[in-house]
Design a protein around this ligand. Sequence first.
Ligand SMILES: NC(=O)c1ccc[n+]([C@@H]2O[C@H](COP(=O)([O-])OP(=O)(O)OC[C@H]3O[C@@H](n4cnc5c(N)ncnc54)[C@H](O)[C@@H]3O)[C@@H](O)[C@H]2O)c1
Ligand SMILES: O=P(O)(O)OC[C@@H](O)[C@@H](O)[C@H](O)[C@H](O)CO
Length: 382
Amino acid sequence: MKALHFGAGNIGRGFIGKLLADAGIELVFADVNQAVLDALNARHEYPVHVVGEQAKVEIVKGVSAVNSTSDDIIALVAEVDLVTTAVGPQILERIAGSVAKGLAQRHEAGNARPLNIIACENMVRGTSQLKQHVLNALPEQHHAWVEQHVGFVDSAVDRIVPPSEAGSNDPLEVTVETFSEWIVDKTQFKGALPDIAGMELTDNLMAFVERKLFTLNTGHAITAYLGQLAGHQTIRDAILDEKIRAVVKGAMEESGAVLIKRYGFDADKHAAYIEKILGRFENPYLKDDVERVGRQPLRKLSAGDRLIKPTLGTLEYQLPNAHLVQGIAAAMHYRSAQDPQAQELEALINEKGPQATLAQVSGLDANSDVVAAAVSAYHAMA
Ligand SMILES: NC(=O)c1ccc[n+]([C@@H]2O[C@H](COP(=O)([O-])OP(=O)(O)OC[C@H]3O[C@@H](n4cnc5c(N)ncnc54)[C@H](O)[C@@H]3O)[C@@H](O)[C@H]2O)c1
Ligand SMILES: O=P(O)(O)OC[C@@H](O)[C@@H](O)[C@H](O)[C@H](O)CO
């Protein structure tokens, strides 16, 4: 089996790529970072530091790399059995053009072996969104063939992988937590279901995607935003701040109440899931900056993402949302010189004020009670 993985970044090298290579799959990474590409092609292996009570270094072997903007991608998509991505939601549209060209070439070459494509991004049904971008870029005459031969498989991916310590000179070294979870929608595969250690198959993906995104990522983002406001540099420092922890836990519980109502999760098990996540945020072996976790605040404040979607759920089921609202307000205060979305958010607030800005970026009604509450919390935090 051969796979092409877009994005040799933290989760690409530290989780999905590692899992594929460990399963004996011939793996080619596609990226745009020349230093990473060169190092992968020079060494064909890299170290993954799995940190925890019993730290270990695992060497991922037998990998190679191509530039994601080169025509190499087209031939690979025409040839491989599996395509995965971990590039970030905003990049999916950018890679769709060459995936579409590869699918057209695959069709023209008469390669009728099933191909499955799995986006491993923090978003709800990211692969379905990638599929839409690919179909937009693919000439009509290939659409029916693609529907028949290519599985677009949605997934939920969970492993905290911050950038490696600044002290390391190795562009390939990656540090990961012990925990990992990759859950894929088994109803969307073409051909035989893959048997890859570490990949779990489900026919109830939405429950898992929302459980992960609207618990871990909701709490993570709020930890980052409140953490920055309180002057903490890392997620660990922020979550050890009792005031922040209370809001984060409260927000995860509010979001959890929605998930329990929507998917029928067991309340005690969900409470244990939240406790486990708080422990992961505290991990003393990882240095995860609030700037990584808070990155791209406009995405995180958008209607379907980790702050607004759970809040909409509380409105739907008439449940409390005071802590989620605190998280939304803190997100509006997020600032980062390195992050274009943080600057755009700041410029919008300066130009239009917090009420109109929040309505614009989140799709919430500017005159709603929830926007009023978030704006009031925003001013109180200032
Ligand atoms: N790091 C985590 O803890 C974690 C966990 C679960 C899910 N995720 C998700 O995984 C995705 C990647 O996150 P990350 O933390 O690994 O980010 P990252 O920035 O470390 O990695 C992204 C990689 O994509 C590459 N890239 C950018 N444009 C590209 C293109 N056009 N073609 C190919 N590669 C391109 C970048 O060079 C980089 O190597 C995101 O959607 C994120 O939400 C991250
Ligand atoms: O990757 P983002 O920007 O969507 O979210 C930042 C972090 O919350 C995220 O990367 C987590 O570390 C990850 O989702 C853990 O599985």
